[in-house]
Write a protein that binds this ligand. Structure first.
Ligand SMILES: *[C@@H]1O[C@H](CO)[C@@H](O)[C@H](O)[C@H]1NC(C)=O
Length: 198
């Protein structure tokens, strides 16, 4: 009895723990208000397999723009199943000479996986050292969290890549928009960038 009682209690404890505390997922519910930690969780009883499947990366993005490129995100905002899981994805389409301009994801590191053609990609470390490479189909490259990076199609046909992030909402800030597409007075932009208005 002296041995059996503690063992019984341990099993009871383990069983009730696994029943009560394990949360497998937190599918984002956009109909509920956001909390400080992000999206609210959808009621697990209403979750279906379709919450864990996303079709938005099947089709190429629209590259009829000045950068000749499209980034199609599958972040928590588009793919509620990744909410709370620390991961997300996106698709890159780059026309010939298309560019994903210098940008950063403040909340996540990135792995780029080339699936078509050749992409020149790189990042700038916080000591301003540059790391870049020309990548071919099947190659992958990692971009550490928060660092400025870019991708350029250096091939002869449109390029495709898929990216994975270590965050369900990695964010995206494009350097040129941050510097020149903001509400600051031109005078202040000139002063703080040492560039002339022209
Ligand atoms: C792609 O974007 C361009 C420019 O915004 C637009 O004119 C065109 O209709 C779009 N194409 C498709 C297929 O959505």
């Amino acid at each position: 009895m002296e041995m059996i009682l503690p063992i019984f209690f341990i099993f009871t404890l383990l069983f009730s723990y696994s029943q009560a505390s394990v949360v497998d997922f937190c599918v984002a519910d956009f109909t509920l208000p956001n909390g400080p930690a992000g999206y609210s969780c959808k009621n697990p009883a209403d979750v279906t397999v379709d919450d864990f499947v996303h079709y938005g990366l099947e089709a190429p993005g629209n590259t009829s723009n000045i950068i000749k490129a499209a980034v199609t995100p599958a972040f928590a905002a588009q793919f509620p199943g990744v909410n709370g899981l620390g991961i997300s994805s996106a698709r890159l389409d780059l026309e010939v000479r298309g560019v994903v301009p210098m940008h950063t994801h403040l909340d996540g590191s990135e792995i780029l996986h080339i699936t078509r053609e050749t992409i020149r990609a790189g990042f700038i470390a916080s000591d301003d050292k540059v790391y870049y490479k020309t990548l071919n189909k099947g190659n992958i490259m990692v971009f550490p969290q928060g660092l400025l990076h870019f991708q350029v199609n250096s091939g002869e046909i449109p390029a495709i890549a898929f990216v994975s992030f270590s965050s369900p909402s990695p964010g995206l800030q494009i350097l040129d928009f941050a510097l020149f597409g903001n509400d600051l007075l031109s005078e202040l932009v000139e002063k703080t960038t040492f560039l002339s208005d022209a």
